[in-house]
Structures are given as structure tokens and as C-alpha cells.
Write a protein that binds this ligand. Structure first.
Ligand code: SAH
Length: 384
């Protein structure tokens, strides 16, 4: 029997409409509160089961669902959920292997880089079960090493410390591996995110198909994923820009190692556009970080996105292509298209949408969980 909590009468709690979270103020319990990290059954006001979730009274998001049934998240269920997530990504050597709520494991994120894994425990409930989870991963996948990347600031919201360590306790040096046909140096211990932006791997290949014979600008390039794929596909020239010195150093050494003709510069993209109004390109990629991290920052984010798209459109020759992305879940696909339309209007460019793109299958959108629907993109062709 799980400890029981209820939705408070009169609360329009989103958990009643299929959302996997309940907020502290939305729920009630008799007697002592549940223990942080405990498995708890949530019911509606009529006593019908909404699901079982991990409790943490230190967090505003106090309950996160892992099952629709009132069962405990113990060894057998963890094994079942981890195995199912791994099977869904069978045959993908580099991918996000487990993605939190979208795989019914709220707070657990596992990335696979061939024979290496990174694990993030972002909720207390998952952190408390990490030993069991690591054992299951070892058994299923026999990785050479598992890096525990518990450095996400969101851990503090759950009352946890931050740390990075390897499962074996040994030092793991960065290593070269092939991703999408290009050798890249992966630093799972101190790279941005867990090493790479896995959610854009499909798009690197997709955009590279358009790159032959074009002069390419890869803005917000990180380690040069788009730019290197474009260079390999026969781009005339490639320039990548990013504000991170480490990312640019990695992009440069990858270009050299692969014998690819691509240059990379440390730059603030906004400033770079201001200083290079006369530049000209045939393919521009805009893949900025999430500008809208909170509800209040949406207006500012839309202004930032519009400015970027406007500047890019101005530098594109007729027949040129803009591949433009937003990873802010608060900015919907329609909102982002409106931003691009406003930019095209200001730039007085005639342009068509060649393709709408979305997030890859290893980052599935969980229905009724809008936070999981975050990445959208448009590939635009300039007619005149
Ligand atoms: N395109 C990359 C992922 C980009 S993530 C890929 O496909 O792998 C966003 C990147 O923007 C990060 O690398 C971050 O360092 C960089 N960044 C953030 N703000 C920036 C700015 N103002 N100018 C340039 N780069 C910036």
C-alpha cells in the first residue's frame, strides 16, 4: 500500500487532465506529510486513483507521476521502465536513452555515447534509487563507463547537492568518437549539456543535404555539429560562431581531425551580426539557446528571436536558405513562425517554408505534458 494524497477540492489541478505533475498547493494529506523521495498515490476528490508518483515536499513540483497504477517504483518496475526505454532506442549508438517523464522515469536522464553513458538524477526520488538504476544499466548495456552528471542547477530545487563523478571512480579523459559520420571529441565530464546537443543530431544531417556548393554560416554552433556536417557534404565555405571558447576549440580540432574546411570563431552572435552587415551567405543556421526560460521572459525572447532572424535574412543571397530553430517550450511552433514572418516582412524578403522540423524520436513528446514539446524549426528558402 502506498501512502495516499488527494487533490484539494476546487483546485483545477493539471494532474487531473493527464499532466504528470502536482504542485504542493494542489494536494492534501491526512496526518504527517509523506517522506521526501517516497512513492505516493494521488487520488481525485472522489477517491479515484490519478497515479503513483515520487514525492518531494521541498520542491514546488511535489509529485511526479511514474505510473497510472498505484504501484511502487522499486527494483522490478525500474527494470521494466529502463528496459522499455532502451528497447525503444534499439540500434541508436548515440542518443538520449531515457528522457524523464517521457519515459515514465521523472527526473532520470540517460544519454548514450557508444559504449559510454551519462546519467542525471534531477529529482530526489530518482537520486535515492540511483544505485539500483546504475546496476540495471550496467547489466543491460555493459558500458565502459557511466558518468554521473549531477551538476544541473535544478537539483538545488529538490534540496540536493551538485556533483560530477564516474561510476568506477576512475578519471575519464575526453575521447574521439564517430557521430553522424564525423569524428568528434566528446567530453562527458565537463562538456556543455552531457557532452553534445543530441536533440539536433538528425537536423545536422538534414541541413547538410542542402549545403553542397553553398557558403554556410553556423550561428550558435557549439562544437560545430551543423557546420562540420555541411563541410563534409561539400559546402564552399563554413563559418561557425559560438560564445563558448571550449566549444569553439572542440569545433576547430574536429575540423582538423576530419580534414574539413571549416573555420570557427568565438563571438557573440548578436554583436557579430552588427559588425558584419555586408557579409553574404547561401545557408544560415540559427540554433540559439532557449531565450524564454520563464513565463515572464517570453516577450523578450520573441524580440530576440525576431532580431536574429531579421539579421540572418538580410545576409542571405537570393536562393539562400535559413534553417532556424527554437528550443523554448514556451514559444510554440505558431509563435515562432509568426516571428519569422515579422522578420521577413521587415527585411522585405519573399520566402517560402521548405520544411517544418521537430524534435527527434529519442526525445518524444508526452501528451498532456507541454514541457516535453520544446524543439521546433523551419527551413526557409529565400525567393527574392
Ligand atoms: N547548434 C549546436 C547547439 C547550439 S546550443 C548543435 O547543433 O550542436 C546553443 C549554443 O549557443 C551554445 O553552444 C552556447 O554556448 C551558445 N551561445 C549562447 N549565447 C550565445 C551568444 N549570444 N552568441 C553566441 N553563442 C551563444
Amino acid at each position: 500500500m502506498l501512502r495516499a494524497i488527494r487533490i484539494r477540492p476546487g483546485r483545477p489541478a493539471r494532474a487531473l487532465r493527464g499532466h504528470p505533475w502536482a504542485f504542493l498547493g494542489e494536494v492534501d494529506f491526512a496526518g504527517q506529510p509523506p517522506q521526501d523521495g517516497e512513492c505516493v498515490e494521488l487520488s481525485d476528490v472522489k477517491g479515484r486513483c490519478v497515479g503513483a508518483g515520487l514525492w518531494n515536499g521541498k520542491s514546488q513540483i511535489a509529485w511526479r507521476r511514474y505510473s497510472r497504477r498505484p504501484i511502487s517504483l522499486d527494483g522490478p518496475l525500474l527494470e521494466e521502465l529502463v528496459t522499455a526505454a532502451v528497447q525503444r532506442r534499439a540500434g541508436q549508438p548515440v542518443c538520449r536513452l531515457i528522457w524523464s517523464e517521457a519515459d515514465s522515469l521523472p527526473g532520470l536522464v540517460v544519454d548514450r555515447y557508444n559504449d559510454l553513458l551519462t546519467v542525471q538524477a534531477l529529482t530526489l526520488g530518482i537520486d535515492q534509487r540511483l544505485g539500483v538504476i546504475l546496476d540495471i544499466l550496467q547489466r543491460l548495456l555493459k558500458p565502459r563507463e557511466i558518468v554521473i552528471r549531477n551538476d544541473a542547477p535544478s537539483r538545488k530545487l529538490e534540496g540536493m547537492d551538485v556533483e560530477i563523478r564516474t561510476a568506477s571512480g576512475k578519471v575519464l579523459e575526453p575521447s574521439w568518437m564517430e557521430v553522424g559520420g564525423v569524428q568528434v571529441k566528446i567530453d562527458l565530464v565537463s562538456g556543455q549539456k552531457t557532452g553534445m546537443y543530441l536533440d539536433q543530431l538528425d537536423q545536422h544531417a538534414n541541413v547538410a543535404k542542402l549545403a553542397k556548393g553553398r557558403r554556410v554560416l553556423d550561428a550558435f554552433c557549439n562544437q560545430g555539429g551543423f557546420g562540420l556536417a555541411c563541410a563534409k557534404a561539400g559546402a564552399t565555405s563554413v563559418l561557425g560562431l559560438d560564445s563558448s571558447e571550449d566549444a569553439i576549440a572542440a569545433a576547430r580540432s574536429a575540423a582538423e581531425r576530419n580534414g574539413l574546411n571549416a573555420s570557427f570563431e568565438v563571438a557573440n552572435v548578436f554583436d557579430w551580426f552588427t559588425e558584419h552587415r555586408e557579409a553574404s551567405f547561401d545557408l544560415i543556421i540559427l540554433d540559439p539557446p532557449p531565450f524564454a526560460r520563464s513565463k515572464d521572459s517570453v516577450d523578450g525572447a520573441l524580440r530576440g528571436y525576431k532580431e536574429l532572424n531579421l539579421r540572418a535574412l538580410r545576409l542571405l543571397a537570393p536562393g539562400g536558405i535559413l534553417a532556424t530553430y527554437s528550443c523554448s517550450h514556451r514559444v510554440s511552433e505558431e509563435m515562432y513562425l509568426e516571428v519569422i514572418e515579422a522578420a521577413a516582412s521587415d527585411a522585405r524578403r519573399e520566402a517560402v517554408v521548405l520544411e517544418r522540423t521537430s524534435q527527434p524520436a529519442d526525445h518524444p513528446v508526452l501528451l498532456n505534458f507541454p514541457e516535453s514539446r520544446y524543439l521546433k524549426g523551419f527551413i526557409i528558402e529565400i525567393r527574392a
